[in-house]
Design a protein around this ligand. Structure first.
Ligand code: S5P
Length: 252
């Protein structure tokens, strides 16, 4: 019953959104399907991590609202420079979850001004189709299913969430722990080589599992990299594990 997955080259021919194209081009150029999650709380740690892992990743995922000393000039400007220097995209994991008008304000205003710097953002789709209209200058990754124990993203929720995900022109893909249709990109967090959970509800799988079973396109790794004694080496090893698992999944 196992079917070979679509390759990045095949997907590159079919995707429409410029951000999907860029992600796939970077993946092929770097032989990487790794997104590092920079869940650190100071500008210095964020920039140091971006410098170390930048050459090995397709995107750096931020939770910009956890940065204690955030200042647009000191945090975002150098982060943008690092993203250009090391050729990775910026994915702000804001998980918007409100009505369209409020999401638009959260996206464009406040101190973070996400609209000015993020290449793509995550959003819940609980607010319905039109709630995603405001993200028309970035790509949206829809939260279809979550990785945590007891999540309410049941199969019937996921089915409805997928309808919005597949039909909205701003959407480039979904975050999920289940397979999704191959015309969009699948981003899978909850990936760790050493642990099966974190004692706070997070559940982990291996790169091998997510490429083989879910046909994921990109793995998202947080603590496996930034908590490691050597984040650069950890990024290289997740990059290689992820790429080898992807290559294997093409041959099933
Ligand atoms: O279902 C999800 C969706 C996301 S985006 N589960 C997740 O863990 N995430 C995010 O991925 C989470 O917010 C965190 O930033 C990262 C996982 O981090 P780790 O340290 O557990 O690898």
């Amino acid at each position: 019953e196992e079917k070979a997955r679509a390759s990045y080259e095949q997907k590159l021919k079919n995707v429409q959104h410029s951000v999907s194209k860029k992600l796939l081009e970077i993946a092929l150029a770097k032989k990487s399907n790794l997104i590092a999650s920079a869940d650190v709380t100071t500008t210095q740690e964020l920039l140091a991590l971006a410098e170390k892992v930048g050459p090995h990743i397709v995107a750096l995922k931020t939770h910009i609202d956890i940065i204690t000393d955030f200042e647009y000039e000191k945090t975002i400007i150098p982060l943008k420079e690092l993203s250009a220097k090391h050729q990775f995209l910026l994915m702000e994991d804001r998980k918007f979850a409100d009505i369209g008008n409020t999401q638009e304000l959260q996206f464009k205003s406040g101190v973070f001004k996400i609209t000015d710097w993020a290449d793509f953002v995550t959003s819940q789709v609980i607010g319905g189709f039109e709630s995603l209209d405001c993200f028309n200058n970035v790509g949206v990754v829809a939260i279809v299913g979550m990785s945590s124990k007891g999540t309410l993203t049941t199969s019937s929720y996921r089915e409805e969430a997928l309808k919005i995900t597949l039909s909205h022109p701003n959407v480039i893909g979904g975050v999920s722990q289940s397979p999704i249709p191959e015309e969009i990109l699948l981003f899978t967090p909850g990936v760790n080589l050493a642990d099966s959970g974190d004692g706070k509800g997070q559940q982990y799988n291996t790169p091998e599992y997510v490429f083989k079973t879910l046909h994921s396109d990109f793995i998202i790794v947080g603590r496996g990299i930034y908590k490691s004694n050597n984040p650069e080496e950890a990024a290289i090893s997740y990059k290689n594990e992820g790429w080898n698992a992807y290559i294997k999944s093409l041959k099933i």
